[in-house]
Write a protein that binds this ligand. Structure first.
Ligand SMILES: *Cc1c(COP(=O)(O)O)cnc(C)c1O
Length: 443
């Protein structure tokens, strides 16, 4: 059943969000669009963004004391939920010793050891302060190591706001990119090649034409920034093969998937070994941390060992490292990811069963503890252009869920995240809110 596109967004007068509305008016005088990151602005769902003041477990509270079950989880980092006691204690203990030194600290060694002792794909790692910074640095490394200029990316993958990654496909199958943001010179965009996801023929054609110029192919092995575009394993395996054939590096951007679909991310889950990996989000336990890693010979190119320059005043910050150590220590415990996936599956399946029984044109797509709401009625969406660009239905569902105390990231292109704090009981409450909200928009 198609939902009626004439659903009316009534003002839900029963719920008071006046504090958020007032704060947003003030914020607009300080920040472009009233925010410090664009998707927070509620542009695609209407209304003022909700100002949160507190989180605990799977719940968050806004400035008007409304309570929500949170599936945004700070856009992924909070895999243990809000205010987890280990993370809290780790941060407070580190803070007592001082916020930053600009010297090496033992905490950097500890977080590196937690990761490298378990990770078969990388020998060395470098900590930075965001996912964007990790991608930017690792792209420089790929170019420095190979001595090549061009970078291949895939349409529908997000890699942070790095100049050369803010690029969309030009016309034609094998093409140079064109910049998708003002302020990015076409000359930069021209060094980026953009291909559709999950298309082995396009991949072959591209490498046969210009493989010898490609420093690396960067991909989200589980693309989760533009819907959830689950790729065929065979596509990623072919990508691995072609990169090796042409001497290009395979670059997995695991900023979302790393420590999310398994401790060693999508590389381990999908059994494809990349040459370079970036991490972010979960790695910092809710504080700003990113990282990139590779085998020894590639990492040897990084300064001060090698000629590829990269530095950071607050890189490896002890408070942030402590948060990362606390969080990843929990993630590394036996059964952690199996349990995450099991709860997520039960949640998703109960909502999908309701949608299917009522013939709603709606389906939740999931992997690990990630889910995405697809209104297209197609189970397998693998390419960016298969997503229905009309996000009205998401907007309606978002509003209905808010009024039932469920918070999602405010965009239909974004995925939802389930944390350890989303217990079966809370997931049952949330599932009921989903089913009732679907009834409200489809009936
Ligand atoms: C979030 C994200 C980034 C950017 O990370 P920031 O910390 O927001 O700079 C890069 N790549 C992927 C795959 C991401 O999900």
């Amino acid at each position: 059943m198609r939902a009626t596109r004439s659903y009316i967004m009534e003002s839900k007068t029963a719920i008071n969000r006046t504090s958020s509305e007032k704060l947003f008016e003030v914020a607009k005088t300080y920040f472009p669009g009233g925010v410090n990151s664009p998707v927070r602005a509620f542009k695609s769902v209407e209304g003022a963004p909700i100002f949160m003041k507190k989180g605990d477990g799977c719940h968050i509270w806004d400035e008007d004391d409304n309570q929500y079950i949170d599936f945004c989880c700070s856009w992924g980092p909070l895999i243990l939920g809000h205010n987890h006691p280990s993370v809290y204690n780790g941060v407070m203990n580190a803070m007592k010793n001082g916020a930053s030194f600009g010297t090496p600290t033992v905490l950097e060694n500890e977080l590196a050891d937690l990761i490298l002792s378990r990770n078969p794909f990388i020998d060395k790692i470098r900590f930075v302060s965001s996912g964007t910074e990790a991608v930017m640095s690792a792209l420089r490394l790929a170019r420095g190591y190979t001595g090549r200029k061009k970078v291949l990316k895939f349409e529908g993958c997000y890699h942070g706001h790095v100049d050369s990654m803010l690029v969309k496909a030009g016309s034609g199958l094998v093409t140079f990119g064109t910049s998708s943001s003002a302020g990015v010179p076409e000359e930069y965009a021209n060094e980026t090649i953009v291909l559709p996801l999950n298309d082995i023929d396009a991949l072959r054609e591209c490498f046969e034409k210009q493989g010898s110029e490609i420093a690396c192919a960067i991909i989200e092995p589980i693309p989760a920034n533009n819907g959830l575009l689950l790729q065929e394993k065979s596509f990623l395996k072919e990508l691995r093969k072609i990169c090796s054939e042409f001497g290009s590096l395979l670059f997995f951007d695991e900023v979302i998937s790393g420590f999310r679909v398994g401790f060693n991310g999508a590389s381990e889950l999908l059994e494809v070994a990349p040459d370079i990996i970036t991490y972010g989000k979960i790695i910092g336990g809710g504080l700003p941390v990113g990282a990139y890693g590779a085998k020894k010979e590639i990492m040897a190119q990084i300064s001060p060992d090698g000629p590829v320059y990269q530095a950071g005043t607050l890189s490896g910050n002890p408070v942030a490292m402590a948060a990362g150590i606390a969080q990843l220590t929990e993630c590394a415990k036996p059964g952690f990811y199996e349990d995450q996936e099991k709860r997520t599956k039960t949640f998703v399946e109960s909502i999908n069963a309701h949608a299917s029984k009522n013939e709603y044109d709606f389906e939740m797509i999931t992997i690990g503890s990630i889910f995405w709401l697809s209104f297209a009625g197609k189970k397998r969406i693998q390419k960016a252009d298969q997503i229905d660009p009309n996000m009205d239905l998401f907007k309606y569902l978002f509003a209905e869920l808010l009024d039932r105390g469920v918070y999602l990231g405010p965009s239909g292109y974004e995925v939802g995240f389930i944390s350890q704090a989303h217990t079966t009981t809370y997931l049952e409450i949330a599932a009921k809110a989903f089913c009732d909200s679907l009834d409200a928009i489809y009936k």
